[in-house]
Design a protein around this ligand. Structure first.
Ligand code: CUA
Length: 401
């Protein structure tokens, strides 16, 4: 039973699926593959032991059971004690099982510890920092004049087919970095320099999750890894290094039409367990990512300008930087410079659509209980957002491609 149960934790919520987005046995890179191999070897060894022990036990129970009243009162059968041959072969079998498990385990530990020497020169460095409850990613190779390293939040874009070495830091409490299909888990501990490496075989979209209990919203402290081909990765870097986009004040093609219509329907009674994802988004995540990179067709410059003004008057800017627009933010809060280009919001919890963004802005505490935007922002500064405010803020944030 233990052997069979051991199969479950690595699987998706639908436990019969082995290829779910959080499946550790469906590896998409060499590090996860090495980990999955150790898992498979262990499961088979454990399964063989389980079958041997289980069938011996079942045999003994059935064969030597009391069949009638006479059996129950009969004298015990001849007792035997000590058989050097059986004892030695059991010890030998146990040692053999441990060796079979230990060899690939040690090999795996050695391999997954750091980028192999022959690939080290090609490794791309990134720093990942865990906060309650979101991830901050720094790109030390990409220096922006007068700013420092390129920074993103909750979406880790990496070059596919290339080793990526990630320095891990916990910025408040202990978190843990885990992308089941690529690598992990390694703890992010305050004042301790942990790291891991990973490589995505091919361009793709991967789910990540904090894997160390870190407070109220630990379960919704997620992130995404997006692996791009060399050309697309460079294009992404260029886009991210640029300051926030400024929407021209010129009237758009649909001037005069109320652009609000598309997300005027956001609900104020949204419940936490209402799904934030659409099915097709999960099925075609990389395509969704590409679609996210382009400005929306029906942008309303006036609404965007109003949103930008609200971002200031509601003091959003005192925590969040939007490089090129607002620089007052701090590293302890997500940088929103290119928020509109991300596929998810609220640390990988909701799909980045106007509707979901409106939900997040209107009800941060419902979406992610105890989060600091709610406690340190809305509550402390008594920030009230009307539906119109939310609509304008959404238009502004979505324009930040
Ligand atoms: Cu961060 Cu759990």
């Amino acid at each position: 039973a233990l052997g069979a149960l051991a199969l479950l934790p690595g699987c998706d919520l639908k436990f019969w699926r082995m290829d779910g987005p959080m499946s550790a046995v469906h590896a998409d890179g060499p590090v996860a593959r090495a980990q999955a191999e150790v898992f498979h070897v262990t499961v088979w060894v454990v399964l063989v032991i389980f079958v041997l022990v289980g069938s011996t036990l079942a045999y003994a129970i059935l064969k030597f059971r009391a069949r009638n009243a006479a059996d129950e009162h009969a004298a015990p059968p001849p007792q035997s004690h000590g058989n050097p041959l059986i004892e030695l072969s059991l010890i030998g079998a146990s040692v053999l099982a441990l060796v079979v498990i230990a060899v690939p385990t040690l090999k795996g530990i050695w391999y997954t510890h750091d980028v192999p020497a022959e690939e080290k020169a090609d490794a791309y460095p990134i720093t990942a920092q865990g906060y309650q409850w979101w991830f901050r990613f720094e790109y030390p190779n990409e220096q922006i004049p007068n700013v420092g390293s390129l920074v993103t939040s909750n979406e880790l874009v990496i070059p596919a087919g290339r080793p990526v070495r990630i320095d891990l830091r916990g910025m408040d409490v202990i978190h843990s970095f885990w992308v089941p299909r690529l690598a992990g888990k390694v703890d992010m501990i305050p004042n301790r320099a942990n790291f891991l490496w990973l490589k995505a075989d091919e361009p793709g979209y991967f789910w990540g999750q904090c894997a160390e209990y870190c407070g109220d919203s630990h379960a919704v402290m997620r992130f995404r890894v997006i692996a791009l081909g060399p050309r697309e990765f460079n294009e992404w870097l260029e886009q991210q290094i640029a300051p926030a986009r400024v929407v021209p004040a010129a009237a758009p093609a649909n001037a005069g039409e109320p652009a609000k219509a598309q997300f005027a329907s956001y609900k104020t009674d949204w419940k936490r367990n209402e799904p934030g994802y659409s099915e097709e988004f999960d099925l075609k995540p990389l395509e969704s990512w590409r679609a996210q990179q382009f400005p929306a067709h029906d942008e309303d410059p006036a609404l965007i300008a109003k949103g930008r003004q609200l971002f200031q008057s509601k003091t959003c800017f005192s925590c969040h930087s939007v490089r090129g627009h607002f620089v007052g933010g701090s590293a302890a809060y997500p940088d929103l410079t290119h928020l509109g280009s991300r596929t998810t919001i609220a640390a990988g919890l909701l799909q980045n659509t106007p509707e979901q963004l409106a939900r997040w802005l209107a009800h941060p505490n419902v979406v992610k209980p105890g989060n600091r935007m709610w406690t340190e922002g809305y509550q402390k500064n008594n920030i009230q957002l009307t539906p119109d405010d939310v609509t304008a803020l959404v238009a502004y944030l979505q324009s930040l491609k």
